[in-house]
Design a protein around this ligand. Sequence first.
Ligand code: CR6
Length: 828
Amino acid sequence: MATKKMNKKTESVAVPSVTCAEMQQGIIDRLHKGLATDKNKANNKAWWNATCLAVNELVFEKLTKTHHNHAGKDTRAVNYLSLEFLMGRLLSNNLQNLQVFKVTEEALKGLGKDLYELCDEEPDMALGNGGLGRLAACFIDSLATLGYPAIGYGIHYEHGLFKQEFQDGRQIERPDTWREYGNPWEICRPESIQLIPLYGYVETLYDPTEGAKKIWHAGQKLKGVPWDIPIVGYGAKTVNILRLWESRASEAFDWDVFNAGGYVDSQAEKSRAETVSKVLYPNDSTDAGKELRLIQQYFFCACSVKDILRRFKRANSDWNELPKKVAIQLNDTHPTMAIPELMRILIDLEGLDWDFAWDICQKTFAYTNHTLLPEALEKWSVGLFEKVLPRHLEIIYEINAQFLKNVVEKKWPGDDQKKAKLSIIEESDNRMVRMANLCVITAYKVNGVAAVHSELVKTDLFPEFHELFPTKLVNVTNGVTPRRWLKTCNPGLATLLDETIGDDWVLNLDKLKGILPKATDSKFQQRFMDIKKQNKVEMAKIIKETTGVEVSVDAIFDVQIKRLHEYKRQQLNLIHILTLYKRLLENPDYDMVPRVFLFGAKAAPGYHMAKEIIFALNKIADKVNNDTRIKDKLKVVFLPNYRVSLAEKMFPAADISEQISTAGLEASGTGNMKFSLNGALTVGTMDGANIEMAEEIGEQHMFIFGLSVDEVKDLKTKGYKPYDYYYNNPELKSVLDWLDSDFFTPGHPGLLSDIKRSLLEWGDEYLCLADYASYLEAHQKIDALYRDQAAWAEKAILNAGAMGKFNSDRSIEDYASKIWKLKKFPIA
Ligand code: CR6
């Protein structure tokens, strides 16, 4: 397809523009020449595929240009290492970022096809669990949009996050098969394959002049095959790549064994090797603790580090240049193995001395911490390490010895307790390698993901490290890309914004402030609320199609969508629902604005309580939705298989955003930002980024409730007694006792009792009962405000208009200036 400079309106942006006729021709050509079909035979999948291929023609040209631009200038680049990239679908986003969405819609319409329907054919790229993975996806969008040289490195999982189904209300996991029949967005790059050693032993050779030299004799080698996904920046000035590694056996199969008739055995090596990139670990914030997971992490790090060095060496011969050209960001501790791997390559293979190599590493790596939850801080057993990565364990021991001697001993002479706490090795019966300690010791910057979280990292998680390295710990508050999370997912609101404040809010979200003066303008309010209503109508259709439940769009859509975890407190939402239900049963005239409670959440397959909460919510939904006595005042819907593409429909349709974690436990949250951006009001605790949102929006325009971080700490120190709340609040007591009956599970009393037990007998670790009364009060205020639609609209507009800060472009600019020292190189 021919590309030209863009039309008058966005002259400064070199967007490949196509006419409707060219786009039609492009798609038809791809049907014929790319897929060997034609428009009469093709099904929607083929049409989607052909449209993607036509779009690729626009993308690839820019990709090559970006590559030449960066390589020609030998630019400093950031390498974003993340085990997760939760990309979702790419077609609609790429069309938006190329600014050819409308023309493609028109082109397809002319061919008798609906673009939205074709977009729905695309399987989600679900290569992540939740917030952390989606953050990585937003960041690479922003990096490309802002014109920064950057590569995302990840794993080309054969199966992304599991597909969730419900059977009798219980979560069933099914494999995700996002690329069963190929994926039009990816390009295989066999020219950049890497070989990765594993297992084996280390030999020490003594050289009279050079001293000891280590040689790792690997027991096995894996082949790392890179697949590149182009990442189109908005305005298409830069197209970066996401490089995903697939593991394969170094030999396809054993020819001799095959010839001797061992058809299955000849494949053994192949299937063992392929297991490494087979599945994404479906744990959110907890550690899988398996050999395969360690190998997966190492495989990914080793491929990426080798690839980074290969690119570096193309233009450089002086190792002093490495930290000047290369920044490596470790997204959580999952890619920590990149540190000892770089040390190993520099020392064992490149012959650098220890101090020089260590200095390079300390100037190259930065690390982002995403959680304070102790169970999520990764540790690997020394024994496992020794078996899988013997040379890396030696290197880690040496890093640790030098750190304890040169840094800790100097600061706190003779203090063995300090040494034990800060050591990379945890001394216990089963000695462990603490990955976070290795990251903090090595990285030149460590960041938390929201202001309060970063403070807690300094005061609670790593206080001694903070004393040792007072400038190392910094904050970069998370953000979300407005391209996907407003422009693409909420076309109605995007158009209203374009008309009201111009269309450059997409690149400068602070411009949203321009709608604040309109918050009290009744015409603007009306349009804003009409758009919300329309989005709710669309959502209601999806609810009907997927669950059969009918909901009224005049009800408040109260939404909680995020991974299922006790600290996120879906169970608090649950007891609120039961409270309302009970009130309605006791008094059918109970005056409340009808509510639709919507949930979307996957539970880690081995997380019992999380699965119990899903089950309970589904059972409560069954009962409530079929209870004619309550006259449709209450509906509860748990949508199965929550994922990015479903989220894109839910955020724009929400009236209420539930951000109700126990204060101090949600590092940041990013869903909170997406809701507000789309005009939902938040009911939330003073936790994570909610606190900064309150600063921007004004606390009086949110429904803030519950204990603060300090109050949580105080209560825990004093000794928290959940039974006190239970016995002192008859309504709470009756609701919890209800869970022991068979009301929601006829004939099977006790099926929901674990939830009650967790909140009483097992200590209510997440303080649901302490926050219950204040949560109820916040919901009363929501009910009251909704009755005044103008007042509600005003607040919703004030929320959306205040979201400028929570934009991933701002996060990336913060990383670029505070951590990466990166310069922009957009193509002209
Ligand atoms: N679970 C945090 O819990 C944060 C994201 C992205 C999380 C969440 O509050 O917004 O990271 N942490 O920074 C981890 O995954 C370890 C998350 O998604």
